[in-house]
Write a protein that binds this ligand. Structure first.
Ligand SMILES: C[S@@+](CC[C@H](N)C(=O)[O-])C[C@H]1O[C@@H](n2cnc3c(N)ncnc32)[C@H](O)[C@@H]1O
Length: 256
């Protein structure tokens, strides 16, 4: 049996225990916010969906998003996400799926800003496809935050490997962490959320953002893609809706 250096054992057991810790924290969170019956219903539905995704037909259809990866020499498809990662996603209440390029560019064209004055932040950035697509615009810098460490590692590789003749921004970072702990930079911001969280996480993220905006009023735009919890945005009197389609909405933070 090959002998691994102590540091490697150490790293793998640490990352395993932090993964286990995250899974139990995710489950505890789900029970706290959905209650016991609600959590049972949620996990039953999620497990059903997960099993359905393993059928040959669904597996084939998952490769529908792979063209982007061939074009740019990266790995952003959801088709090869491992079962272990899928199970950890289930605990956190959100599943990785990459934004579709054509729609992403349509969304950015609807944004009434000059990118070079803004930092683009993707909350729940997965394997980082949006970070790469945003780098084709001259943003001041680009930041991603992703709950699952294994997806963040892939995002970092993708940032190094990305090839595009249209790339305009080269300051791109991706970090692993919970969006609820994210410190919003004191810069003009374009925030991107592709339905990344359950409502109770989104509520905390919006509360943190509001505090950050009140402490340091600046230009803040939020793109919400896939409007599952749109009601939460509409109930925020400090957010003004600027644009709305059935696929996405754009909000601006305003003084109340
Ligand atoms: C639908 S995917 C979107 C991926 C990427 N933003 C895109 O558009 O291509 C949502 C991502 O949010 C991540 N996520 C879920 N809860 C999170 C949290 N509390 N903090 C950070 N990321 C989270 C999931 O792991 C998943 O990768």
């Amino acid at each position: 049996m090959p002998v691994l250096p102590a540091a490697v054992y150490c790293m793998s057991s640490t990352s395993r225990s932090s993964r286990t810790g995250r899974v139990s924290a995710g489950i505890a969170d789900t029970i706290r916010h959905r209650g016991c019956l609600g959590s049972l219903g949620y996990y039953a539905k999620a497990i059903f969906q997960l099993l359905r995704d393993l059928t040959p037909e669904r597996r084939r259809s998952r490769y529908g998003d792979i063209d982007y990866d061939f074009d740019h020499g990266v790995d952003t498809t959801w088709s090869n996400v491992s079962l272990g990662t899928r199970l950890r996603e289930l605990a956190s209440g959100a599943q990785y799926q990459a934004s579709e390029p054509e729609l992403f560019h349509r969304i950015l064209h609807a944004l009434p800003v000059q990118p070079d004055e803004f930092t683009f932040v993707d909350l729940g950035s997965g394997k980082g496809r949006t970070l790469l697509m945003a780098s084709d615009y001259p943003f001041h810098r680009i930041v991603g935050i992703e709950l699952l460490a294994e997806l963040n590692q892939i995002a970092r590789k993708n940032i190094r490997a990305y090839f595009s003749e249209r790339q305009r921004c080269f300051k791109i970072e991706s970090s692993a962490g919970d969006a609820r702990d994210f410190q919003f930079p004191q810069e003009s911001l374009v925030l991107y959320l592709f339905n990344p969280f359950p409502d109770y996480v989104l509520r905390t993220v919006l509360t943190n953002l509001r505090r950050s905006f009140q402490a340091d009023p600046r230009e803040v735009y939020i793109i919400y893609h896939n409007l599952v919890h749109e009601d939460l945005f509409l109930s925020q009197s400090w957010l003004k809706q600027l644009h709305h389609t059935h696929q996405f909405a754009i909000y601006r933070a305003d003084d109340e």
